[in-house]
Design a protein. Structure first.
Ligand code: PLP
Length: 325
């Protein structure tokens, strides 16, 4: 497999066979009160029930399992605000691979504790994802370890794509899938899967207007850097990623920006209507559905609760804001 190329349907199906050894399919449900609140027919895929509480584990397992024997022995270094970190730490623990994770300083304590409990070494560096990623590059070089990209890797994309294969196997007639974007692996994977399996289904991406690099890169037609100020850590990136942008440029139907407060409102809506407590990024696709309510009215829409690793501070702030509203 060419790790820097766009994965093929064969690569995605190979990832599905591999992941079946580790992860059962996640549930997908519809809720009448969510349909009433959105005006669409919404199906929610619950990736927050994965063993690390987020969809990222699919990409992490597929990457680490497909490393060469030499690279497994060298060990891996990954950088992340938390869920990609947990996914690589989880995969490394499953497969007996040494693992170092670099996170921005003061990470979400739930994600940091999980990384440590999985046996990885955790290094905190820099105020944001972008400084942490630069530090991870130098650390991997110094220690002679394999540097795992956050997104520019076909093994990650093929693993993540299995989510959308499962989604379309369960609901082949979806009109639209709405996907949150940080680095863009989810949205790019959804684009590849719909092209192969459901060409009539449109993929729409969502990002916070406080960290719009993915959106602006897509609009500009090349990767750009932007301020990275969202409080929604799962989608807090400051630049576009080459491989995922390349795919989204060709296949993505639309890309919307929402406010952080809209994402918090969508978290509360998911809690009330879908009996699920998402972290901010896990509710961003629902925030996108609400932003596009007129356009999506009456349509069959797939959203992913991509993660459920909200810190206690995040949950308190989210619920307090509701009382103030
Ligand atoms: C819960 C959650 N949702 C969405 C995203 C964004 O995914 P991607 O970086 O693949 O765009 C992330 C990224 O870490 C995440 O953790």
């Amino acid at each position: 497999m060419n790790t820097t190329a766009i994965p093929t349907l064969d690569d995605i199906q190979a990832a599905q066979r591999l992941l079946a050894l580790y992860l059962p399919p996640t549930p997908m449900w519809s809720y009448p009160s969510l349909d009433a609140a959105t005006g669409a027919r919404v199906a929610v895929k619950l990736e927050n029930v994965q063993p690390v509480g987020a969809f990222k584990v699919r990409g992490g397992l597929n990457l680490v399992a497909n490393l060469s024997a030499t690279d497994r022995k060298r060990g891996v270094v990954a950088y992340s605000t938390g869920n990609h970190a947990q996914s690589i730490a989880y995969a490394a623990a499953q497969l007996g691979v040494p693992c170092v994770i670099v996170m921005p300083e003061n990470p979400n304590p739930i994600k940091a504790a999980s990384v440590r409990a999985l046996g990885a070494e955790l290094v905190e560096h820099g105020p944001t994802f972008d400084e942490a990623s630069a530090y991870a590059v130098s650390l991997a070089e110094r220690r002679g370890m394999y540097l795992v990209s956050a997104a520019n890797d076909a093994r990650i994309l093929a693993g993540v794509a299995t989510l959308y294969v499962e989604m379309l196997e369960k609901q082949p007639d979806l009109d639209v899938i709405v996907v949150p974007v940080g680095s863009g692996t989810g949205a790019a994977a959804a684009c590849l899967v719909t092209r192969a399996l459901a060409p009539g289904c449109r993929v729409i991406a969502v990002q916070s207007s406080a960290s719009p690099a993915g959106h602006d890169s897509w609009q500009a037609g090349h990767c750009v850097t932007r301020p990275n100020r969202t409080r929604v850590e799962g989608i807090a990136t400051g630049s576009g990623f080459e491989l995922t942008q390349q795919i989204m440029r060709e296949l993505l139907a639309d890309f919307v920006l929402v406010l952080d407060d809209d994402i918090a409102a969508a978290q509360r809506m998911m809690l009330r209507t879908a009996h699920t407590l998402p972290e901010g990024a896990g509710a961003a696709s629902l925030a996108g559905v609400l932003a596009l309510a007129d356009e999506l009215s009456g349509l069959h829409v797939g959203v992913v609760c991509t993660g459920g690793n909200a810190s206690e501070d995040e949950i308190r702030a989210c619920l307090r804001a509701d009382r103030l509203a």
